[in-house]
Design a protein around this ligand. Structure first.
Ligand code: SF4
Length: 352
């Protein structure tokens, strides 16, 4: 479903019926250009479609420009406090900026930013964070979701008055339910694409669950056009988790889809090791294949009938199956290698 309006961020269409795009934010500082380039390339290779980087000073503008030139992908400068710095980022080559209405109170400078975005055809994300809303605003609305939406609407109107309509909106809180309510309300009022995220969601495990619940509920309702899974740790994890959320909802596919059984008393192989090994080695495939790694032959192939190929464990051996049918029985020590060989054949079409 998505937003009513479609915008273009450095050529990437966002909103409407376009695929939900995946974003992440660099851990590297723009003070170190090489780190930013290397991290961006790793993220882009993993499927990240929009790179956001913190821009904290004028001194970093030259590296922002060089980063854009090097990565050739949609680049968003994340700015706080000074709209004038955001304006310079747009003029310097960023495809978009994220502004924080909670700490950008200079209306004239915001208007100037809006005119630049309009003239340069760049995107402004109105990125409200509950944590940076002034206390008096939160007290006035007495409802954090309402406060975030109203602050966003006020800024959207200001941008529109200057003719800027390349707008994205985000309303992030670390509390999942507040975030859901804010986006639900915004989706009834805002025609622009919504960028979803649970801010400061936490370490990888906790943050992934919070994000899956929060973003999953919204996306299932057709709310949201881009997502960022915010995690403490390597940014690559954010991209991986984002695609798993989208895959679970049937919205995007990328890489292999692994089905593996939880194991029970029937299992006689080291299924955890086998899953880890296959997961780490089965990279760079062309097709979006579904694989199954099951603990036993009693139920394994049957339970995973819709997988392209799979493994089912036995005592000191395992069977390899394709579309639920057993094709080979091999020793446990050879299971992973034989499976990976077949996986590559299926991926390249050699098995047909
Ligand atoms: S596939 Fe076999 S080992 Fe795995 S959970 Fe099912 S019955 Fe147990």
């Amino acid at each position: 479903m998505g937003s009513k309006r479609v915008i273009y961020l450095g050529g990437l269409p966002i909103g409407g019926n376009n695929p939900i795009s995946v974003q992440s934010m660099l851990r590297s500082s723009l003070d170190n250009l090489k780190n930013c380039i290397d991290e961006s390339i790793r993220l882009l290779e993993a499927g990240c479609e929009v790179i956001r980087v913190a821009l904290v000073s004028e001194a970093q503008l030259s590296n922002l420009v060089r980063l854009k030139r090097e990565i050739n992908a949609p680049l968003v400068a994340d700015t706080h406090f000074r709209p004038s710095l955001a304006s310079k980022a747009l003029l310097g080559g960023a495809d978009g900026v994220r502004i924080n209405p909670g700490n950008m109170r200079d209306k004239e400078a915001l208007k100037e930013l809006a005119r630049i975005a309009r003239d340069e055809n760049k995107v402004v994300r109105v990125g409200v964070n509950l944590g940076s809303l002034p206390e008096n605003v939160r007290e006035f609305y007495k409802d954090d979701a309402l406060a975030m939406v109203n602050v966003a609407m006020e800024t959207i109107r200001l941008l529109e008055e200057e003719g800027c309509e390349n707008i994205k909106v985000s309303l992030k809180a670390s509390d999942v339910l507040t975030t859901i309510r804010a986006y639900e309300l915004a989706s009834t009022l805002v025609e622009y694409p919504l960028h979803l995220g649970i801010t400061e969601a936490g370490p990888v495990f906790e943050g992934s669950i919070k994000s899956a619940v929060g973003l999953g509920i919204l996306l299932y309702k057709g709310i949201g056009d881009t997502i960022r899974v915010s995690l403490t740790g390597d940014a690559l994890k954010e991209v991986e988790v984002a695609y798993e959320i989208l895959r679970a909802l049937g919205l995007r596919k990328r890489g292999i889809d692994i089905i593996s059984c939880p194991r029970c008393g029937r299992c006689e192989i080291d299924i955890e090791r086998i899953v880890d090994e296959i997961k780490s080695k089965a990279k760079g495939l062309r097709k979006n294949l579904k694989i199954a790694i099951m603990g036993c032959v009693v139920n394994g192939p049957g339970e995973a009938k819709d997988a392209d190929i799979g493994i089912a464990g036995g005592k000191g051996k395992g069977v390899i199956f394709k579309k639920g049918k057993i094709v080979e029985i091999v020793k446990e020590s050879e299971l992973v290698n034989r499976f990976l060989k077949l996986l590559k054949e299926v991926d390249s079409g050699e098995d047909e």
